[in-house]
Design a protein around this ligand. Structure first.
Ligand code: PLP
Length: 394
């Protein structure tokens, strides 16, 4: 099979790099010509335990032998156990399972509307989100996404969404009106360029929500499950949302999404929402092992420490290369803002030298490697980046 054949049969929705990956182990992946790469993309924050982690592989194999799927007309043990693990390790009271980040956000949007419509007799349906946010590609999640480039050509979008500047309390306050039911934010904007919310801002947002009886929804699809050095990124600020959405890393590579709610937001009843595949035994078996490993304090402490080391090394590069404007992010969700729109050139050169990285918006390099990465592997990646920056300079 050649790439030109793939192009013929696979729909043209991604601008892909011309390599075909066939194998992964830990932080390494191999293409079909046998070339080895250090993977600092990690499936975009999905492969938190690295590629083909033995415990994840075993959990999937064992479950596949027993029961892969059954309808949500019946109970399954893995779904109950994973929901319990998530609740015991977060603010959550209950969990709904689906299959992706966008779907988890669709659930959150429906839930917010139900909350507003029920309590305020149909008067509260507006959801405020942030500019530069990313919440997914289905219509609700797409409309929630505060980036026009993703909307273009797909109008009309849903009614009732308002966008405000991120980290700007005034803009948020003036957007709240008698029709608002919820505020939905990422704790660190991922696709928007690794932008962190200020702790103070989040505290004020929470106050605003409490004062006006709005649901606070945190989209932790990318930041959740240990990515930032805490199990959930909201823990850094101590600001606890009413609703949280999860996906990416939760299944160790197997598709799964989750909608987590507190007591106040636990309002869905049978008939309100459903998913055929959501919470199936296979995905939940993977989710259980991921949660069991990543929720350990020693694991999270290591993520924090390795993140600080990585960030420090990037800061060192910044002091050497003026092309780097800013280093940002937390834990192992890091970004480098460039003084150029040549980001994809850097990604390409890195790939040639055996390092996979990601660029957002042409000017922000993003690093979301497996959380099991070693300091040595971080250092190896940094050395490759240094070579690439040297070449860019000459
Ligand atoms: C990736 C992402 C999504 C969308 O997840 P999909 O699984 O691709 O639908 C939503 N929100 C955030 C913050 C994300 O990073």
């Amino acid at each position: 099979m050649t790439i030109s054949e793939d192009k013929k049969y696979v729909m043209n929705t991604y601008s892909r790099f011309p390599i075909t990956l066939v194998k992964g182990e830990g932080v390494k992946v191999w293409d079909k010509d046998g070339k080895e790469y250090l993977d600092f993309v990690g499936g975009i924050a999905v492969n938190a335990l690295g590629h083909s982690h033995q415990a994840v592989v075993n959990a999937i194999k064992e479950q596949a032998d027993k029961l892969i799927h059954c309808s949500n007309l019946y109970w399954t043990e893995n779904q109950i156990e994973l929901a319990k693990l998530i609740c015991e390790n977060s603010f959550g009271k209950s969990v709904f399972f689906c299959n992706s980040g966008a779907e988890a956000n669709e659930g959150a949007i429906k839930l917010a509307r139900k909350y507003g419509n029920t309590k305020y007799k149909g008067k509260r349906y507006k959801i405020i989100t942030a500019k530069n946010s990313f919440h997914g590609r289905t219509y609700g999640a797409l409309t929630a996404t505060g980036q026009i480039k993703y909307h273009n050509g797909f109008e009309p979008l849903l009614d009732g969404f308002v966008y405000v500047d991120y980290n700007d309390l005034n803009s948020l306050q003036s957007a709240v009106d008698e029709n608002t039911c919820a505020i939905m934010l990422e704790v660190i904007q991922g696709e928007g360029g690794v932008n962190e919310a200020d702790s103070n801002y989040l505290k004020e947002v929470k106050n605003l929500c409490e004062k006006n009886d709005l649901l606070l929804i945190f989209d932790e699809v990318q930041t959740g499950i240990g990515r930032t050095g805490k199990l959930f990124a909201y823990e850094h600020s101590g600001v606890v949302p009413d609703v949280m959405t999860l996906a990416k890393a939760l299944g160790g590579g197997v598709p799964i999404g989750a909608l987590v709610v507190n007591e106040k937001a636990d309002i869905f009843v049978p008939g309100n929402h459903a998913s055929t595949f959501g919470g199936n035994p296979l995905a939940c078996a993977a989710g259980k092992i991921v949660m069991n490993i990543i929720s350990q304090k020693s694991f999270l402490d290591e993520v924090k420490e390795k993140g600080e080391y990585f960030k420090g090394e990037l800061e060192k590069l910044k002091s050497k290369f003026s092309i780097i404007k800013k280093v940002k992010g937390k834990g192992l969700m890091l970004g480098v803002e460039l003084d150029t729109n040549d980001g994809s050139k850097i990604v390409k050169k890195s790939m040639e030298k055996g390092l996979l990285i990601n660029v957002i918006n042409h000017n922000i390099l993003r690093f979301v490697p497996p959380l099991i990465i070693s300091k040595k592997e971080i250092k190896d990646g940094i050395e490759i980046l240094k070579d690439v920056f040297l070449e860019m300079n000459s």
